[in-house]
Ligand binder design. Structure first.
Ligand code: PLP
Length: 395
């Protein structure tokens, strides 16, 4: 194989163009060629910006990181290959054997697993406590506590964490506060404005928004911590693929519009579900009957979230009838897609818990979490009306 000059395979020179592309070019190159060893030295020493190897960084990841940094009001964030890679970079990149970390007791399932199984195996001790109760978090602090990890809105019970109270507590004890902002997104909540030290995202969800990308993001207020997490992510291969970053950026361009539309429909859906016979209860932080309504208003304002949970009368039989009748809605364990998705914690995210443990969280067999998408709101309400009606004889 020869290039068009008749010599070796690479490089193929890019065609000259006085104009530039409007869309970020996709850069799938794994390696980047430097001109000389002196130039490479300058790159490694940070005197000259240049990419070397895509696990270490590439333009598409940097473009996504810069957009997220701007949304969160930070700089120096790292894009990772998944949301869990971002959680891992924060916990394992910053903590050492002998340290202790407190996690919210309703963290995302894999984050909980990391806390319960993997960190202890590496000598990092962990405790779980209710992030809605500052006294419970305080009681879990030990002299070794280095970090508290919380989510703003819990999954799937949609309780709102006392982020302000926990941030004050963490600051008073010199403990880092890491906030997973996946559910709320910077459109609803900006953790750095409330005292967080570290912000984590699964970009897989609302920010990329089309269920065709798996990515995460992590940044820290302290540039040294950001750098530590980046180096850990690069060393352990938590890096993001250029194509996923390219798709993610494309999704992010419409994020604000998608989010606003989805959460407007979520409010309507919550109110609509509450009128339907066969629905035992509805959970939505923007409703006046939510136990954390005042805190949701204070922290999230009018932009609450696009997630609605509800409980059907009639247990598993009703749940089966509901998903069968929910025409056009995906029964799939994710959130933030352009289409509305349903998740059933008892058979998916919380299946490893005992019936009693689930009951303690209020997760019966009739419990569903809805990630509201961009469908026509009237059409969506009609689907829910029909699907709930299909469960009535089973209650
Ligand atoms: N954090 C939260 C709150 C999540 O809901 C999820 C996934 O659902 C994750 C982290 C993990 O993200 P990913 O699936 O991109 O690894």
């Amino acid at each position: 194989m020869r290039n068009e000059k008749g010599s070796l395979i690479r490089p193929v020179p890019l065609p000259a163009s006085a104009s530039r592309p409007v869309v970020t070019p996709l850069s799938p190159s794994v390696v980047y060629a430097s001109e000389t060893p002196d130039q490479l030295d300058a790159q490694y020493e940070g005197h000259l910006h240049g990419y070397t190897y895509s696990r270490e960084g590439h333009p598409n990841a940097d473009v996504v990181a810069a957009r997220l940094d701007a949304m969160e009001g930070q700089s120096g964030g790292t894009v990772t290959g998944s949301g869990m890679a971002a959680v891992t970079a924060a916990l394992m990149g910053l903590l050492s054997a002998g340290d202790h970390v407190i996690g919210g007791n309703q963290l995302y399932g894999r984050s909980l697993r990391l806390m319960k199984e993997d960190l202890p195996r590496l000598g990092i001790t962990t405790s779980l406590a209710d992030p809605g109760d500052v006294a419970a978090i305080k009681a879990a602090i030990t002299p070794q506590t280095k970090m508290i990890l919380i989510e703003v809105v819990s999954n799937p019970t949609l309780r709102v964490a006392d982020v302000k109270g926990i941030a004050d507590l963490a600051k008073a004890h010199g403990i880092l506060l890491a906030v997973d902002n996946t559910f709320t997104t910077p459109r609803s909540f900006r953790p750095y404005d409330y005292g967080a030290d570290i912000v984590i995202h699964s970009l897989t969800k609302l920010l990329a928004g089309h269920s065709d990308v798996m990515l995460g993001y992590v940044s820290a207020r302290d540039p040294d911590l950001s750098q530590k997490m980046r180096v850990f992510a690069v060393t352990t291969g938590l890096s993001a693929s250029p194509f996923d970053c390219w798709l993610c950026e494309r999704g992010m361009l419409s994020f604000d519009l998608r989010y606003d539309r989805a959460q407007d429909t979520a409010i309507r859906l919550a109110d609509h579900l509450a009128t339907l016979k066969g629905v035992k209860r509805v959970i939505y932080p923007g409703r006046a009957d939510h136990p954390d309504a005042a805190r949701a208003r204070e922290l999230l304002g009018a932009q609450t979230c696009n997630m609605v949970s509800f409980e059907l009368d009639g247990g598993r039989a009703a749940a089966n009838a509901f998903t069968r009748a929910a025409d056009g809605l995906s029964f799939a364990p994710t959130l933030g897609d352009v289409g509305t998705t349903l998740s059933h914690p008892a058979s998916s995210s919380h299946r490893a818990l005992s019936v009693d443990e689930r009951a303690a969280l209020g997760l019966s067999e009739g419990f569903f979490r809805v990630s509201v998408g961009l469908e026509d709101p009237d059409a969506l309400m009609a689907v829910f009306t029909d699907a709930v009606a299909a469960t009535r004889d089973l209650a």
